[in-house]
Design a protein around this ligand. Structure first.
Ligand code: ADP
Ligand code: ASP
Ligand code: MG
Length: 439
């Protein structure tokens, strides 16, 4: 069996969905299990709808969501009744939210769930139309249970057993909602934005798939984001570790959590282009083999906040770092890059939410400075372990372009060099380094 996951743009309109169905059909001999994202932009619009409903605003966003799906259904000549129940349930949720005038993480997840619930039904129906026996499933109908961390839920151990047992029994192709799950108490959760890749990997690991295919809108994992560098090239093979670092530091093509379940079971992950199904894409494997290039790729994550923490009072005191990390932990803030000296620590976080509280607690024992709109850039490649001078080449190239660099750090795995630049310099830095390492 294989997993075939299709992202938002791959199911973005009626033509794209026809294309997806024919790609799935071409893999029929491999017993595909299909995982789908919501139609492109729908998740954003569902979040907008949730917020507008809490403010009791007009229903334009609801109408837009409805129209987008109806248009696809009409163009595919399917029956509108296919999504009637979901739209009715969403409309009820809108009304309830309007009267409550309030949303929390749980309600936000409930709103977002409709994107995948609707797209899976359309894709399954299109498959049936072209003679491929398929059925849409909300992931929980196959046992995808999660904890109750709304907005970033994790699967329960039992989910793996459930999925395996339930999927094995099927005699048709399941088209499963990515991104969402349910708690044991029956509340809908999401795995976090871009989480359908993670769903695909979890299901792949559960059923011991032969391969996990992530179908997207570019030719695989590339030397950098092709939206920043037009001539970025597809990388044929990367290791799980390299892919992990790249995903973690901003290569949106893969959700950062995707790698772990696949790596655990040693299942190869392929990143493929639904707009170019014959392309080779990228294969992510345990050992990528000898690299032809030392540097494999450059990732970039924008809108980063840097927190500088300075405390001469803590000079030589043990527990300084622990105390700092505990505070971030209390507010569930994950830290990406850390640099330290004897009395100061600088660290980066994804967004400034709750930062006031954190800063106030830190100020009890340290001076704190916050800098917004920074970017983290990460240069990745297994070969860097054995090749000296990559750091030197990186910073010389940036220096020549007068790009100021701070917080340089090398991951413990030694396969990356990571640093921070000003947000305004981010694209220039990526372009400069791409030119330096890939010409
Ligand atoms: P999907 O909707 O299929 O999940 P995403 O938009 O989440 O697709 O991810 C694909 C996008 O990731 C590409 O369009 C590209 O702009 C971006 N991207 C960022 N870094 C890379 C990279 N190194 N290689 C390929 N794509 C990248
Ligand atoms: N639809 C969700 C999102 O837009 C999940 C995904 O596309 O992977 O974030
Ligand atoms: Mg994605």
């Amino acid at each position: 069996m294989i997993i075939m996951k299709f992202g938002g743009t791959s199911v973005g309109n009626s033509d794209r969905i026809k294309n997806v169905a024919s790609i799935v059909k071409s893999y029929i001999k491999k017993n595909p299990v299909v995982v789908v994202s919501a139609v492109t932009k729908i998740t954003d619009n569902l979040i907008k709808l949730a917020k507008e409903s809490a403010e009791d605003k007009r229903d334009e966003t609801f109408d837009l969501i409805k129209k987008t799906h109806y248009k696809i259904i009409e163009q595919l000549e399917l029956d509108k009744s296919l999504i009637e129940n979901d739209l009715q349930e969403l409309s009820n949720l809108v009304n309830k939210t309007k009267s409550n005038k309030n949303i929390d993480e749980e309600i936000l997840d409930y709103f977002q769930s409709f994107g995948e619930r609707i797209s899976s039904k359309i894709v399954a129906e299109q498959l049936n139309k072209i003679g491929v026996k398929a059925k849409a499933y909300n992931s929980w109908e196959l046992g995808f249970l999660t904890d109750a961390e709304f907005g970033s839920a994790e699967p329960l151990a039992i989910a793996y057993t459930n999925l395996k047992n339930n999927i094995k029994k099927l005699n048709h192709i399941p088209v499963i909602t990515g991104f969402i799950g349910k708690t044991e108490a029956g509340d809908i959760t999401t795995l976090g934005r871009g989480g359908s890749d993670y769903t695909a990997a979890i299901i792949g690991a559960a059923i011991g798939a032969e391969e996990i295919q992530i179908w997207t809108d570019v030719d695989g994992i590339m030397t950098t984001d092709p939206r920043i560098v037009k001539n970025a090239k597809t990388i044929e093979k990367v290791s799980f570790e390299e892919a992990s670092e790249l995903a973690y530091f901003g290569a949106r093509v893969l959700h950062p959590k995707t790698i772990l379940p696949a790596m655990d079971k040693n299942i190869p992950v392929k990143v493929l282009n639904s707009f170019n199904p014959k392309g080779k894409g990228t294969t992510i494997v345990n050992k990528a083999g000898k690299a032809d290039r030392t540097v494999k790729a450059i990732a970039c994550k924008k809108n980063i906040t840097v927190v500088h923490i300075d405390s001469t009072r803590m000079l030589g005191a043990y527990g300084f770092l622990a105390r700092i990390f505990d505070i971030f932990d209390d507010y569930k803030k994950s830290i990406d890059v850390v640099t330290t000296s004897e009395v100061s620590v600088s660290l980066t976080i994804d967004n400034g939410e709750n930062l006031n509280y954190i800063v106030n607690e830190l100020k009890e024992f340290a001076d704190v400075e916050v800098a917004n709109d920074k970017a983290v850039i990460c240069v990745v490649g297994e070969g860097m372990k054995y090749t000296p001078g990559i750091g030197g080449a990186t910073f010389t190239a940036l220096g020549k372009k007068k790009i100021n660099v701070e917080m340089i750090s090398q991951g413990a795995s030694k396969i990356n060099v990571t640093f921070v630049v000003d947000g305004k310099d981010a694209d220039k830095a990526v372009k400069t380094l791409h030119q330096e390492f890939f010409g």
